[in-house]
Write a protein that binds this ligand. Structure first.
Ligand SMILES: C[S@@+](CC[C@H](N)C(=O)[O-])C[C@H]1O[C@@H](n2cnc3c(N)ncnc32)[C@H](O)[C@@H]1O
Length: 175
């Protein structure tokens, strides 16, 4: 909530800020998909670092027939994500929640149509506090993400500013 508020301080409500920030991020994903993936039907989406499932739910609403897999290192966040999912039984999507490291998921290669890793930016104070549980923060901030993604074999690498504080990088796995 504070993340979207900081990004859109002029929004009239938290809901409006959320819709703008999350909406722009989802539009970047959708546009990339339409442009580079021949708009193939999205069946499986993986949300790495899903936390309590907020980003997972936004992805689900954008792609209503997709099966969502939320993956996180924290079993506590995942427990909240599961609890919140049970409280909205009418969702057209199905969900599964996996406790794993995003760097070594154990999931089959190329088994998802979209893989998302969203919103890991932190305030400096929070950055210091979080270092005990997020030991690779320094490396993350120094990382040239576009270069790393290209070197890993992705194509169509694009970065756009989706709100004043956040950029969204999209890329495609070559067929
Ligand atoms: C700021 S939250 C992002 C929440 C969510 N994606 C969103 O947009 O609302 C970052 C999450 O990444 C998770 N995380 C950090 N490193 C991870 C890793 N290597 N594998 C899986 N999850 C990780 C943390 O546990 C935390 O829940």
């Amino acid at each position: 909530m504070s993340m979207v508020r900081r990004a859109k301080p002029d929004a009239s409500s938290l809901e409006e800020a959320n819709e703008i920030v999350r909406g722009n991020w989802l539009n970047a994903i959708e546009q990339h998909h339409q442009q580079y993936s021949r708009n193939l039907k999205v069946r499986d989406i993986l949300d790495i670092g899903c936390s309590v499932g907020v980003s997972t739910k936004f992805l689900a609403d954008k792609f209503p027939s997709a099966k969502l897999t939320g993956l996180d290192l924290s079993p506590y966040f995942l427990a909240v994500a599961k609890y919140k999912e049970k409280r909205r039984p009418n969702s057209s999507n199905s969900f599964q929640w996996i406790h794993a490291n995003g760097e070594d998921t154990g999931l089959d290669s190329q088994s998802f149509d979209i893989v998302s890793i969203s919103y890991v930016e932190l305030l400096p104070v929070l950055f210091t506090l979080m270092k005990s549980t997020e030991p690779f923060l320094d490396e993350y901030y120094l990382l040239d993400l576009e270069k790393t993604v290209k070197e890993a074999g992705f194509i169509n690498v694009q970065t756009i500013l989706t709100d004043p504080r956040h950029r969204t990088l999209t890329a495609t796995v070559p067929y």
